[in-house]
Design a protein around this ligand. Structure first.
Ligand code: MGD
Ligand code: MGD
Ligand code: SF4
Ligand code: MO
Length: 677
């Protein structure tokens, strides 16, 4: 007989969907969206529909110790005490010889739970390890948003219903934010128009009323030219600009020099198309712009996100229930100090840029070499740029690597000690969201297989094995939830009216009717970037890979690697049914670019640049514009004959102003290898 339990999806996704788990005989039968939840409304994605295959698939169930050369994936089983004693001894020895900063904990969003995700931070602070600049996803976009609006809040995603013009700008919501698409469907039933701004015809663009396909990295040009038109044609709200923004004559003079004819050659869009799009925006009563992270993954990404965020401030659309939404995370009054114990850090240790892991592992730019690496909730061997160098680092004989994982990922294969992790269905947690406004609490729905343990408990046991006995290292996950709620001044779980608390800001706050969260209370058209090289006004900033074409590089194509619908970063990519559904990695290439290279559909192609060379299968399609090619998702090493992950093609870089990688700002050469793969 099947029972149902309520839970929350822990995957790194703006939805943070409320789910109903159907369980029979201790096994997950299926996961479905919870109809009672205000944002989820019974919807869920295909990834979570297939989650049972991961949940009951080839999981890690016992601690393992390396038993062969690094990276070969040969291990022997061990007990938890044996594994943790070994890890504690090695870490203490490294710290004794090289200092705590020779050890780097590396974690990201494998689980988004507040308790499990960042548990390793309290040991980092207590033991004086190097800290991590966690910039792989959000930093570039947030820098751009913060420059104008100030904080990660904005309209409720439910407010797309009521909007007359919805613009999905650099977000492939049909793949990456399906609940938003559900609300957009209702909005369109009520007459809203949907426009997608994206360099390729992705799943979302195929559903739209209009698709604008600018060249990657040119949204700043597009938005700036739109502002030119809005002001020139009388759509600007002068009273709003004067009262609620820093708009001034200098800004106006700057925009006067940025007509659509200026933006046309940059964006690859016709001036008339840009002008018409601006008019559409100007005429809309309640435009809703959803700014995605995708468009931020460019060297000029922060400038572009800021420029787009300026549009509703020009027309004063904020006051009419419209506006723009980038993320919702700053709306939550949750403080996770009990999890991280930041006050334990007696002196600030060095900060390692997670997106430059390859460099840090092989030639550290500062301080002692890394001798110890502790990986939680992340698969940097495949998800981090410059995989070749990351792998070179992970194969160092003198690097001691501990990986806590659910599955044998590309990173896990390189562990010296590999520890089995629970899934979100087997642990207790609290979830914020970056795309909606509810805080959700969960309890385990299933028993963990074998000896798999949650991050919170592994960190506590490791800390105690290292000799730390502070009370927080004795708190189990339910106690940690209690402590976080108490520290945040929130009601204990027993007093919650529901499994979630709704922190949707009120109408005035989410539309900034009493001012913006900036020190002067105004929206900033002038960004005040910390990096002086960045433009002073919304503009096109020509610093992308294609702006520095090397001699002989004219035949290179722009290259992007945006997420695929079937996987969540590399999560689920090892599941047999998912692999079968996806097939081999595909290079999407325009018929013109294919023809000059003699490439036909299904041909094997070599894709290379100064970082690496990989074999993919051609998909000849007009869904990409000439000069642009792409591969959906960051495929793991097993998907390529070269045995390298897709990110071997992604050069490492630190994007201004706060760091982060430019995944979709890349250039490659393409040639045919054989006509059929
Ligand atoms: N199915 C699925 N869902 C996911 C993920 C996944 O891997 N798979 N990953 C999750 C994570 S971690 C994140 S951060 C989010 C990311 O989700 P999104 O915010 O949707 O970001 P991306 O998918 O990286 O890119 C979205 C779109 O941006 C486009 N893009 C690239 N460069 C530019 C540009 O210069 N300008 C414009 N206008 N568009 C551009 C890409 O073509 C792509 O279609 O999704 C989450 N959800
Ligand atoms: N080419 C390309 N590369 C990209 C991107 C892109 O668009 N293109 N997107 C980037 C983005 S936006 C992001 S956020 C990063 C994400 O990069 P990562 O955070 O490395 O994401 P995943 O690759 O999915 O790896 C997460 C791992 O955590 C494990 N895990 C899940 N839950 C738990 C748990 O409770 N405990 C432990 N110990 N482990 C757990 C999963 O099994 C999985 O292997 O990838 C980036 N890489
Ligand atoms: S849409 Fe996102 S949050 Fe919702 S179930 Fe799918 S992966 Fe999880
Ligand atoms: Mo992400």
């Amino acid at each position: 007989m099947s029972q149902t339990f309520k839970t929350t999806c822990a995957l790194d996704c703006p939805g943070a969907c409320a789910l109903v788990a159907h369980v029979a005989d201790g096994r997950l039968v299926r996961l479905a969206g919870d109809r009672d939840h205000p944002f989820t409304q019974g919807v869920n994605c295909g990834k979570i529909a297939r989650y049972a295959a991961l949940q009951h698939g080839p999981r890690l169930t016992t601690p393992l110790l390396r038993d062969g050369p690094k990276g070969e994936g040969r291990f022997r089983p061990a007990s938890w005490p044996e594994a943790l004693t070994l890890v504690a001894q090695r870490l203490l020895a490294i710290r004794e010889e090289q200092g705590g900063e020779a050890i780097l904990p590396y974690y990201y969003g494998g689980t988004m739970g507040l308790v499990q995700r960042a548990a390793i931070e309290r040991l980092t602070h207590r033991a004086g390890f190097s800290r991590l600049d966690r910039n792989i996803c959000y930093s570039i976009g947030f820098a751009g948003w913060r420059a104008g609006v100030g904080k990660a809040v904005g309209p409720s995603p439910l407010e797309v219903v009521g909007s007359d013009l919805i613009i999905l700008w650099g977000i492939n919501a049909a793949a990456t934010h399906i609940t938003l698409m559900h609300h957009i469907k209702e909005a369109r039933r009520q007459g809203a128009r949907l426009v997608v701004v994206d360099p390729y015809r992705n799943q979302t663009a195929r559903l739209a009323d209009q698709h604008l396909a600018p060249r990657p990295g040119t949204d700043g040009a597009l938005a700036t030219a739109m502002m030119h038109v809005l002001l020139a044609e009388g759509y600007g709200d002068r009273d709003y600009l004067a009262q609620w923004t820093d708009f001034d004559p200098d800004m106006e003079a700057h925009l006067r020099q940025r007509p659509p004819e200026w933006a046309a050659p940059l964006t690859g869009l016709e001036a008339g198309v840009i002008r018409e799009f601006a008019r559409q925006f100007g005429r809309a009563h309640q435009p809703f712009v959803r700014i995605g992270l995708g468009m931020s993954r460019q060297r000029n990404g922060a400038v572009n996100v800021h420029a787009v965020s300026c549009l509703p401030a020009v027309t004063g659309a904020w006051q009419r229930g419209g506006g723009a939404l980038f993320a919702t995370g700053d709306a939550f009054p949750v403080r996770d100090n009990p999890v991280k114990q930041p006050q334990w850090m007696t002196r600030p240790t060095r900060v390692v840029d997670m997106s430059l892991l390859g460099e840090w592992l092989t030639a550290p730019p500062q301080g002692p070499p890394l001798q110890g690496l502790l990986v939680f909730n992340a698969n940097p061997a495949a998800s981090c740029p410059d995989s070749t160098r990351v792998l070179q680092g992970l194969r160092r004989e003198d690097l001691f690597t501990v990986v806590h994982e659910q599955v044998m990922s590309d990173t896990a294969r390189h562990a010296d000690v590999l520890l089995p992790a629970t899934t979100f269905l087997e642990s207790t947690d609290l979830y914020k969201s970056y795309g909606q406004y509810t805080l959700q609490a969960t309890h385990p729905v299933l028993a963990a297989p074998g000896e798999a343990r949650c991050n919170n408990d592994v960190v506590n046991d490791l800390a105690r094995a290292m000799g730390y006995d502070d009370p927080p290292f004795h708190w189990d996950s339910p106690r940690m939830v209690q402590e976080v709620l108490a520290f945040s001044g929130l009601p204990p779980l027993g007093a919650w009216p529901n499994r979630w608390l709704d922190f949707t800001p009120d109408q005035a706050q989410r539309h900034f009717l009493h001012g913006f969260p900036q020190t002067d209370g105004r929206f900033h058209f002038k960004p005040c970037w910390t990096d002086p090289a960045m433009p002073r006004y919304p503009d096109h900033w020509p610093v992308n890979s294609r702006d520095e074409v090397a001699p002989g590089g004219e035949s290179a194509l722009d290259f992007m690697t945006p997420p695929a619908a079937e996987v969540l970063n590399t999560t689920l990519s090892g599941v047999a049914s998912v692999r079968a559904k996806r097939g081999k990695p595909r290079l999407w290439i325009h018929p013109q670019d294919a023809a000059v290279r003699g490439i036909r559909e299904d041909a094997a192609v070599r894709v290379w640049n100064s970082s690496a060379s990989l074999t993919l299968v051609a998909r000849v399609t007009e869904a990409v514009r000439p000069g642009l090619c792409l591969c959906e998702s960051n495929h793991p090493a097993a998907d390529f004959p070269e045995g390298l992950p897709l990110n071997a093609l992604t050069p490492a870089c630190r994007v201004a102003p706060d760091g982060g990688p430019a995944f979709h700002d890349n250039r490659v050469f393409v040639e045919v290898v054989s006509t059929v793969f």
